[in-house]
Design a protein around this ligand. Structure first.
Ligand code: SF4
Length: 604
């Protein structure tokens, strides 16, 4: 018996307004596990190369893993997989909250949405079946309001994933908001949903009970994992401050993106730090399903122009990109902008990055007040930032241009702006300047969805001295490759990347739940298989070494301040790391997986 899975996939054809149920293929489950891996396999097999990500041919896949909704701690997680309209390559977003748990209890491992509805609709999943329902009355509404209406209509015990005006208007970095304050954030999954005229997915448990191959053994493994998380010395800090705990140390290490990555030191970082956020706007902790870490920070701003009734956030990345990277030093303003992004359905990282780029253009005279609809779009102007967020979501005025993301905007503006357009493969850079943590340079350059910090986060190992020598490329290729492979499988289980667990713990949980007999080596090889499959997807779209590159700013301008002053990642340094990385991966010098490697990974 294949435990851990519901073994059922819901397929939704919006063009034909039909739903059907398919069985999960056991062999595919064994080779690609779930979450990212299973989603990547379905996407690779189903899409023809070069299809328009915003066309009806694209798929939107909601996919859990064999550990989602189980007793394993941090098992709320699930993934959204699609072809990104921002990068035109593979995209997976890892999501927390409760939606994935309910999707599984509704009886489905996976929902595949294809086609395009004629008019706005939502999907209502209940009683192990699904209905496609007209949603004209919801179109135009924010994600928060949409969730409130659907709960009132369908029951408070449902979970909702929805898009806001940004997704409806096909902003290329629109997100899907889930359970109010969780997001499938990056790469424009919300625009894919909007292109299908799908406003929301509402799901209710049908009481499906997950069976385990070895129930007693699984309970023991889950207890052990829980004990390890409890005893981990970082857990109390994460619980107290959440991800914003990183603002101060990252700033001290000169890695905090500031004014469009011109420096890694923000002189007012203490105003947007985790400590200040706790002092000024924190209300209480919150959590995903079955997690004692409780890293959500509910916040509230009582009154004034940055009023926030309730928000679970901001997270570190939102603070870094909507805060320091735009020169904004008010935690209240950042929280307000964050809430707007959540409600309108925008990725905070790409939004902050794109606005920062526009601010630098404004400062350099490449954009004028005529272009900004009269806004003084200067670094530090929080009010202008907030107005711009709204303009982007509704594609009004300047927002019409910025909705395309940094890469496309810089191509339109030209006049040297490409030099400070901060993206990799079209995906805007997250909250760590790689000039002070060289592993991040390689991690960004080789990430399978464009600049991403989650595929291989080297920052802690570099600033805490576990990856030495500091300011060196030595050992980074091996480290990045190993973390990418390991995370590829963690994101397929799916467990939270904040869970301080080791490969042997994941293996034990996976085997006891499913009945597989993975060794640690099998686990890492499966992660490597998934990583190679997403590379194959991207290679099919034309990706090669030429695209594993960083923005010119990181390669030509040294960091001007702080402990990492004078550091830079030259093209030569990046090339050396890439040579080593491709060799370790068994890829050719152009970054293409070799036949031998693919045969070994059973991908050929
Ligand atoms: S650590 Fe945070 S994000 Fe991860 S499962 Fe727990 S509450 Fe959710």
């Amino acid at each position: 018996m294949l435990g851990g899975y519901t073994r059922k996939i819901l397929r939704v054809n919006l063009t034909r307004r039909k739903t059907s149920i398919e069985s999960l293929n056991e062999e595919i489950a064994r080779k690609f596990v779930g979450g990212k891996g299973l989603g990547a396999k379905i996407l690779y097999d189903s899409l023809k190369p070069s299809i328009d990500p915003l066309g009806p041919e694209n798929l939107l896949i909601f996919v859990s893993g064999p550990l989602t909704a189980t007793l394993a701690p941090t098992s709320a997680r699930w993934a959204v997989v699609t072809k990104s309209p921002l990068t035109s390559i593979f995209l997976d977003c890892q999501v927390g909250g409760y939606f994935g748990v309910t999707m599984k209890r509704a009886g489905f491992d996976c929902i595949i949405v294809q086609g395009k509805a004629n008019n706005p609709v939502y999907l209502w999943i209940h009683d192990e079946n699904a209905e496609i329902i007209d949603a004209e009355d919801l179109w135009g509404k924010g994600c928060l309001k949409t969730e409130i209406i659907l709960k009132k209509r369908l029951g408070e015990n449902i979970n909702v994933a929805s898009i806001g005006p940004a997704g409806e208007n096909l902003v290329r970095y629109a997100c899907i908001s889930v359970d109010k304050y969780r997001q499938a954030g990056r790469g424009g999954a919300g625009a894919v949903m909007g292109s299908k005229n799908l406003k929301a997915v509402a799901v209710q448990s049908a009481g499906y009970r997950i069976e385990y191959a070895d129930a007693k053994g699984f309970r023991e493994a889950a207890k052990k994992a829980l004990r390890i998380i409890k005893e981990n010395s970082f857990t109390p800090l994460r619980r107290k401050y959440g991800t914003p705990i990183w603002v101060a140390p990252v700033n001290e290490a000169a890695l905090l993106p500031t004014r469009n990555f011109r420096t890694g030191v923000f002189e007012k970082a203490d105003k947007i730090s985790g400590e200040n956020m706790r002092n000024k706007i924190f209300v209480k902790n919150g959590t995903c399903y079955n997690c004692i870490i409780q890293c959500w920070k509910y916040t509230h701003v009582e009154s004034g122009k940055y009023k926030v009734d309730e928000l679970a956030g901001p997270e570190y990345e939102s603070i870094a990109l909507l805060g320091s990277n735009c020169g904004v030093d008010s935690i209240e303003a950042v929280a307000h902008a964050n809430l707007l992004c959540d409600d309108l359905g925008l990725d905070t990282i790409s939004t902050g990055n794109t606005i920062a780029f526009a601010m630098e253009c404004f400062e350099k005279g490449l954009l004028t007040k005529k272009d900004t609809d009269g806004l003084e779009l200067k670094f530090g102007n929080a009010d202008a930032e907030i107005e711009t967020v709204k303009k982007i979501a509704y594609q009004q005025g300047l927002g019409n241009l910025l909705a395309e993301g940094v890469q496309r905007v810089s191509k339109k503006i030209g006049r040297g702006s490409e030099k400070f357009a901060m993206h990799v493969k079209g995906m805007e850079i997250p909250g760590y300047d790689p000039r002070g943590a060289f592993g991040m340079a390689l991690a960004y350059a080789t990430s399978d969805r464009g600049a991403c910090h989650q595929r291989a986060w080297t920052v802690r190992a570099e600033i805490e001295g576990k990856l030495t020598p500091r300011y060196s490329t030595e050992g980074r290729a091996k480290f990045v490759k190993e973390v990418q492979d390991e995370r590829a499988l963690c994101f397929s289980l799916v467990l939270c990347d904040f869970a301080p667990l080791e490969v042997n713990h994941f293996v034990e949980l996976l085997n006891k739940a499913t009945g597989f007999s993975f060794t640690s080596e099998d686990y890492l090889e499966t992660g490597e298989r998934i990583w190679n499959l997403t590379r194959l997807f991207n290679v099919r779209e034309g990706i090669a070494r030429k695209d594993d590159i960083l923005p010119p700013r990181f390669m030509e301008e040294t960091l001007p301040d702080g402990v990492a002053k004078g550091q830079v990642i030259t093209k030569k340094m990046l090339d050396e790391m890439l040579d080593e990385y491709y060799a370790l991966r068994g890829w050719d010098e152009n970054g293409i997986p070799t036949k031998e490697k693919l045969k070994k990974l059973e991908l050929y």
